[in-house]
Write a protein that binds this ligand. Structure first.
Ligand SMILES: [Zn+2]
Length: 118
């Protein structure tokens, strides 16, 4: 029987609050190391399984948000061009860890949403 502990919650998109699916490793795209997925609101998220590859995971989420345009991804500024949310994630149970602290060895989900400029 799978039970949620009180400090875990069903994962959701921090931008639109919709439930999210488990990120999956994509095949056919070289240089993509992290499981990822896209929310229906346009946010993308990447799973950093060890919680230790933050920089790379972030760059991958940005590249994904820019449709693999890495040049554009590199030029983005947090807070201006995109919003970033990092959630502590239990990959095995597909649950968020609450309480805002990150345990060692726990995965993290990097959520990126591009700010629309028009
Ligand atoms: Zn969303």
């Amino acid at each position: 029987m799978r039970r949620k502990t009180f400090d875990q919650s069903t994962p959701f998109c921090p931008f639109c609050r919709a439930g999210i699916v488990k990120p999956r490793k994509r095949t056919g795209i070289p240089l993509r190391h992290f499981p990822c997925a896209t929310c229906r609101c346009g946010a993308v998220y990447v799973s950093d399984l060890t919680g230790k590859n933050g920089g790379e995971a972030l760059l991958e989420s940005l590249a994904l948000a820019c449709n693999e345009n890495e040049e554009q991804a590199w030029s983005l500024t947090e807070g201006e061009d995109y919003v970033l949310r990092i959630m502590s994630y239990d990959t095995r149970k597909h649950l968020f860890n609450k309480r805002g602290h990150f345990k060692d060895g726990m995965a993290r989900l990097y959520f990126v949403k591009l700010t629309s400029r028009d």
